[in-house]
Design a protein. Structure first.
Length: 81
């Protein structure tokens, strides 16, 4: 039995491009968006963390629902405890 292939070998690498993670924080405080996507939490233990695209989607959803959005996206590396 003959198997057909594309003729090009697949190159596997060990390099992964991780998308940068962000958190939402209320400016000037240590309050972050809760990991549930609603409410706040003090510190980062139960804080939401995601990609920039996910962060924009949360912000845009709140705006469409007419909810206040006091949070500012900050890079996760900037707020690690």
């Amino acid at each position: 039995m003959t198997m057909l292939t594309s003729g090009l070998p697949r190159i596997k690498t060990e390099y992964h491009s991780l998308k940068p993670k962000v958190r939402f924080r209320i400016a000037g405080t240590r309050q972050y968006l809760h990991l549930s996507g609603a409410g706040v939490t003090d510190g980062t233990r139960y804080a939401w963390s995601g990609t920039k695209a996910q962060a924009r989607a949360l912000r845009d959803r709140a705006a469409m629902e007419g909810r206040d959005w006091p949070f500012k996206a900050v890079k996760r590396i900037e707020v690690e405890e």
